[in-house]
Design a protein around this ligand. Structure first.
Ligand code: FES
Length: 160
């Protein structure tokens, strides 16, 4: 998906002159795009005369930021050892085939992205899927399909 640089420049223009830290601007950018695109960071660096290394440092340091694109619904599938033993690889495959994208990618419509996570620290409940709103334990392939269907319906309703 193309990055709306015009919108990004508006955010920078709104920010300029405010008594706020650049972290707040980066949070606004993250809210707008669901991640902080490197291209936008380069533009911010140039416009505000802040070294790019500093901006990258902020984005890397705080967990709230991500430099990888995320869909409106970000699905995290645990592929840690305990979950793999309980079948999480098949669950990840189910999620991939339901959504048609690989971990690290976003669906064309921006609705979904997948992340393969190494452990949520809740191994006893594995296999585990975590979304922005919910934690799902003891996930089966059928349950993974149901989870995706439910989120798809909610996303469609929200965008109507
Ligand atoms: S390995 Fe999946 S939660 Fe720990």
């Amino acid at each position: 998906m193309a990055i709306d640089m015009e919108r990004a420049e508006e955010l920078v223009a709104d920010f300029a002159g405010k008594e706020a830290s650049v972290t707040e601007l980066l949070l606004d950018i993250q809210d707008e795009f669901n991640y902080v695109p490197e291209k936008v960071l380069e533009m911010v660096s140039e416009k505000l005369h802040v070294p790019l290394e500093h901006l990258l440092g902020v984005v890397t340091f705080y967990n709230a930021f991500t430099t990888a694109p995320k869909g409106r619904n970000h699905i995290k599938v645990c592929t840690g050892t305990a979950c793999v033993v309980r079948g999480s690889r098949a669950i990840l495959e189910t999620v991939i085939s339901e959504l048609g994208v690989e971990p690290g990618e976003v669906t064309e419509d921006g609705a979904f992205s997948i992340e393969s996570v190494h452990c949520f620290g809740t191994c006893a409940h594995g296999p585990v899927i975590v979304t922005a709103k919910d934690f799902y334990g003891y996930v089966t392939q059928a349950k993974a399909s149901d989870i995706i269907d439910t989120i798809k319906e909610a996303d469609e309703e929200a965008s109507e």
